[in-house]
Write a new protein. Structure first.
Length: 519
């Protein structure tokens, strides 16, 4: 196997595997152990299906209709019908990477051998992923309990050759046509298989894993922008001393302080306030500057906790009923998305607060009464030029939306399925709003970066020497198309360039040759 192939077995799926398949098109293969586990669990399901006693999901209806025993001749229709009826999503299409994560994580659970699905169904799931076929999944349809039902049903519908899907060329076509074009035979579902394909937390988990990857980059980027802002404001780096953070030993706080200290190493701007500006001596910097490690670090610790939850969920086999190694097929509640929903909401809260503190530093850089000698709004000729005045408006609007997105989805529940499913997690909704929050946070960090680099360049023009890492960040951002100080110009392209620069991890990459690897 090469590095572009992810092997799905009975255990061991990692967050890196999810990102590789969802975002980078890594191929998927079933291990021989997975094929054996699939075959063994299928024998158990077939044996139960042959018995006269009803077994949920095998020979009964679903949800509130579970009391009806389904005769043998209707069971294939039952499995088709659950997929068709549950593929009831509405609204805009969900992003391709989310759908690929959804399919891959469902395959991971199927391959565990706890679902009773036949090996050929699992192989078809892998074939569809490898062909670059992406089912059309809609925004609304999951309550995050009994799994991400409608989203997973739209994926299962594609396996049956029904509904619509996007081909590798980005064109949406009937799924049957796409399967035929790639030599894939649609599956004919048997007992329990329809239910097993749509009963999991895979959508919310996939979005959690990708959000964590994005937020790791953004938190390191925000450590860098906080350092740049501190430098531009002629703040002191003494508050970053490791002995100060050792006496409040939150791990993330120490990491963020160390990142900032390394970015500021060799700066000729830090600690220069009194002799450069002529203002009254400044005893302490403002909270948004001085407390950056505490805020960024608390967010980092939250990411670490969320990663623990994601790791547990990646090691789980979420289905109902499940096939146990001793041959029992048992109903359970493991499909409830509460563990994932809570951390998705927790991440939206810390992301909002990180965006908030970034915006406060940006505003301070632009305010001549608080910037310690910088021109109003970092403008070239204030009054004729408005500088970055409205860039901060844009950032403030993003922060305001982040605060609304921080309202927990998981605190809500709404009964469904004739009160059989009377408490749900709303984890899918938590994941969808977190994706928006992560997008907004990248833009917010980008605006601070754009303002702070301009301010650092203005200080440099006055004869002060920025830190080598700061100079590297400025040079890389300018090379990426975000221009430096000067008369007013069309600003949106510069901000877009800064946004791309941050979200692609290029800010971190620009300073690490100077600082060494940042955490």
């Amino acid at each position: 196997m090469d590095m572009h192939t992810v092997v799905v077995g009975t255990s061991g799926t990692t967050a890196e595997d999810v990102v590789a398949v969802a975002r980078h098109g890594a191929r998927v293969e079933l291990s021989s152990a997975a094929v054996d586990a699939l075959a063994a669990s299928r024998l158990i399901v077939d044996a139960l299906a042959a018995k006269p006693e009803p077994v949920y999901g095998v020979s009964t209806g679903f949800g509130a209709l579970a009391s009806r025993h389904i005769s043998t001749e209707l069971r294939a229709q039952l499995q088709r019908n659950i997929v068709r009826s549950h593929a009831a999503g509405m609204g805009p299409r969900v992003e391709r990477e989310v759908v690929r994560a959804l399919m891959f994580l469902r395959l991971k659970t199927v391959a565990s051998g706890h679902t009773g699905v036949r090996p050929e169904v699992a192989q078809t799931m892998a074939d569809v992923l490898n062909a670059g076929i992406t089912p059309v999944v809609h925004e609304y349809g999951s309550l995050g309990c009994s799994g991400d039902l409608a989203p997973l049903s739209h994926c299962a519908l594609t396996l049956m050759g029904e509904g619509d899907a996007e081909g590798p060329d980005g064109t949406v076509r009937p799924a049957g046509e796409l399967l035929a074009a790639h030599g894939i035979t649609p599956v004919e579902l048997r007992e329990k298989e329809g239910l097993a394909l749509l009963n999991g937390t895979d959508g919310m988990l996939g979005m959690l894993v990708m959000a964590l990857a994005d937020l790791r980059n953004l938190y390191t980027s925000a450590d860098i922008t906080a350092a740049l802002s501190l430098e531009a404001l002629l703040g002191t780096d003494k508050v970053l001393a490791p002995e100060l953070h050792a006496i409040r030993p939150h791990p993330g706080q120490g990491v963020s302080a160390d990142n900032m200290l390394r970015v500021l190493a060799g700066s000729g701007l830090t600690g220069r306030h009194a002799d450069v500006t002529g203002d009254a001596p400044r005893v302490q910097d403002a909270y948004s500057v001085r407390c950056a490690p505490q805020v960024n670090g608390a967010g980092r610790d939250t990411l670490d906790y969320a990663a623990v939850v994601a790791g547990r969920e990646l090691a789980s086999s979420v289905d109902n009923p499940v096939v146990l190694p001793d041959g029992r097929v048992e109903s359970n509640g493991n499909f409830h998305g509460a563990p994932v929903a809570y951390v998705l909401d927790f991440l939206a809260i810390v992301a909002a607060d990180l965006g908030s503190i970034c915006e406060r530093r940006t505003d301070r850089l632009l305010d001549k009464n608080r910037s310690h000698g910088l021109p109003p709004f970092l403008a070239h000729d204030a009054g004729v030029d408005s500088g970055l005045m409205i860039a901060q408006y844009t950032q403030a609007a993003l922060v305001s939306e982040m605060k609304r997105l921080a309202v927990p989805a998981s605190a809500d529940s709404i009964p469904s399925s004739a009160m059989q499913e009377d408490h749900v997690s709303m984890g899918w909704s938590a994941a969808r709003k977190l994706r928006t929050a992560v997008d907004n946070l990248a833009r917010i960090v980008a605006v601070e970066l754009y303002a702070a680099t301009r301010a650092v360049e203005i200080r440099a023009a006055e004869g002060l020497t920025p830190a080598p890492a700061s100079q590297a960040a400025v040079a890389a951002l300018r090379a990426a198309g975000a221009e430096g100080p000067g008369p007013d110009r069309f600003l949106a392209p510069d901000l877009a360039a800064a946004d791309t620069f941050v979200r692609e991890g290029r800010l971190v990459a620009a300073v690490e040759p100077v600082t060494g690897p940042l955490a």
